[in-house]
Write a protein that binds this ligand. Structure first.
Ligand SMILES: Cc1cc2nc3c(=O)[nH]c(=O)nc-3n(C[C@H](O)[C@H](O)[C@H](O)COP(=O)(O)OP(=O)(O)OC[C@H]3O[C@@H](n4cnc5c(N)ncnc54)[C@H](O)[C@@H]3O)c2cc1C
Length: 471
């Protein structure tokens, strides 16, 4: 990558004014590295525009001067997509100062927010209006709406409410030539041709810079019930989900699978956690239902768990008696990844398969990785309700961590090949970035890659928007 001429950088600084840029190495550093430290980039300038007009002027100038730029939100996607390359020939475009809630339309159940709004702030703004914005992810206090849209984020409540693609009604986007597309429509029905907003959702900043969005709001649930149930295995967990859906009439809002090894790691390493059930079991489900009336919801949940026990789908279960107890159950689920770190090296595979293939996936993937590295401890957990499993093989006890992590490529290859064979996706969260850029070519049909490349050429002919990422 070529160095960016000083005159280009001067003009970009002028566009955003003195508060809108950083070039001191210490100030730029946080924008060049992500939490896991897998990627470290270089950039002479970080731009922090405060308005859509400033973003448009930046992109127009970058287009004229063929200067590549890397949009960045909260920098939590961890696949190298939000980090510039090492050559120092790109500028970083941080959306963090575009952080206003522009409007809440309670009657239309919509909120219009700028791309740099932190997800937790959007949840809070919705709650202040008596509504729910249902995207819930562990990075919600750092990640931003623009990043959530660009990675099509989903989380614990996808089962009930969908991912960002399902939660978005309209977008405002700065195109690669600096024009602004105002698609901030709050419509639930619009049959006027191509749905342009979907080109930019999940595009990881390669097709345009998202500056604002109209998002869907929902009623605040009046009651929440959370249960932790022991199940014979993943196959029964999937059957339990079907039963809960059928008997609950749409009340299931989260359905997570937890293996015994995951629970044990949490109990060992995370303070303030306790085994929710008296006896040990191989697999558990964390089940959350939300609905209108508290007493009825709890009675429905108890009836459903009773019916499941009669069918042999549930071996034991507890329902949280308070919000604090429910938080304790979620703490177990949310800390499995963190607890794994204390136990040694893990290989992370974040995949999705159809819900009906999850049990087969867990069994076959487990067999595949233990055949490759005997003694590997299989930690498979997560959003079984929408088919997204965090399949994180953990090094055998006593094995050298570096030796285990050296097997990353052949372990992920085996897991990804199986995922593909079962009709799944090798990236269910976080996106593609640099980490899986070559890998998606192995699994997507050439015609699909061609369509993606054609869209990229049409929308960004000079390749200035996040080049080398995703495609
Ligand atoms: C602890 C933890 C838990 C997580 N849990 C989940 C989870 O449950 N579900 C899930 O889906 N993800 C999860 N993630 C991943 C991550 O939080 C999401 O991918 C999130 O949506 C990224 O948002 P961000 O603002 O950090 O984006 P960034 O990482 O800054 O950027 C992501 C991509 O979007 C592009 N981009 C950012 N903003 C814009 C914009 N305004 N316009 C155009 N392109 C843009 C960037 O160039 C980059 O390619 C988790 C991450 C962590 C660290």
């Amino acid at each position: 990558m070529n160095a960016i001429p000083a005159a280009v950088l001067d003009e970009l600084r002028r566009i955003v004014g003195p508060r809108g840029w950083a070039s001191d190495p210490a100030d730029v550093e946080p924008y060049l590295v992500e939490w896991r430290g897998l990627y470290r980039g270089a950039a002479p300038l970080v731009l922090k525009p405060a308005s859509t007009a400033e973003v448009a002027a930046i992109v127009a100038h970058c287009r004229r001067t063929k200067t590549p730029l890397v949009p960045q939100g909260g920098n939590t996607s961890l696949v190298g997509g939000s980090i510039p390359f090492e050559g120092g020939g790109e500028v970083v475009l941080s959306l963090s100062r575009l952080n206003r809630v522009r409007a809440v339309d309670a009657l239309n159940d919509t909120i219009t927010v700028e791309a740099g709004c932190v997800l937790a702030d959007v949840q809070a703004a919705a709650a202040a209006a008596g509504r729910l914005f249902p995207l819930r992810i562990a990075s919600e206090s750092s990640c931003q709406i623009g990043g959530n849209l660009s990675t099509n984020a989903g989380g614990n409540a996808v089962l009930r409410y969908g991912s960002m693609r399902d939660l978005t009604l309209g977008l405002e986007v700065v195109l690669a030539d600096g024009r602004v597309w105002d698609g901030l429509r709050g419509l639930r029905k619009d049959n006027t041709g191509y749905d342009v907003k979907h080109w930019f959702i999940g595009a990881e900043g390669t097709l345009g810079v998202i500056t604002a969005a109209v998002l869907k709001l929902f009623p605040q649930p009046q009651a929440i019930e959370t249960a932790f149930a022991a199940v014979p295995g993943p196959a029964q967990a999937v059957e339990l989900l079907a039963l809960a859906k059928a008997m609950g009439g749409g009340q299931v809002s989260a359905f997570e699978i937890v293996p015994r090894i995951g629970l044990e790691l949490v109990l060992r390493y995370i303070p303030g956690t306790a085994d929710p059930l008296a006896a040990a079991h191989g697999w558990y489900v964390l089940l959350e239902c939300t609905g209108g009336k508290g007493g009825e919801l709890r009675a429905d949940l108890e009836t459903m768990l009773g019916a499941a026990a009669e069918r042999g789908l549930v071996l034991d279960a507890t329902i949280a008696a308070s919000a604090a107890q429910a938080a304790g159950l979620w703490k177990i689920r949310e800390n499995i990844s963190a607890a794994q770190k204390f136990e040694g090296g893990s290989i992370k595979c974040d995949i999705a398969v159809p819900v009906s293939r999850v049990a087969e996936f867990i069994a076959r993937a487990g067999a595949a990785v233990t055949a490759l590295v005997p003694g590997t401890r299989v930690v498979a957990f997560g959003h079984i309700g929408d088919g997204n499993i965090h399949f994180n093989p953990l090094q055998p006890a006593g094995m050298d961590k570096a030796a285990f992590l050296a097997r990353w490529d052949d372990v992920t290859r085996a897991v990804h090949d199986l995922t593909h064979a079962l009709g799944g996706s090798i990236s269910a969260e976080h996106g593609v970035g640099r980490l899986k850029r070559e890998e998606i070519r192995r699994y997507k049909a050439p015609v699909e890659i061609e369509l993606m490349a054609a869209l990229k050429r049409a929308l960004d002919p000079d390749g200035i928007l996040n080049p080398g990422k995703l495609l």
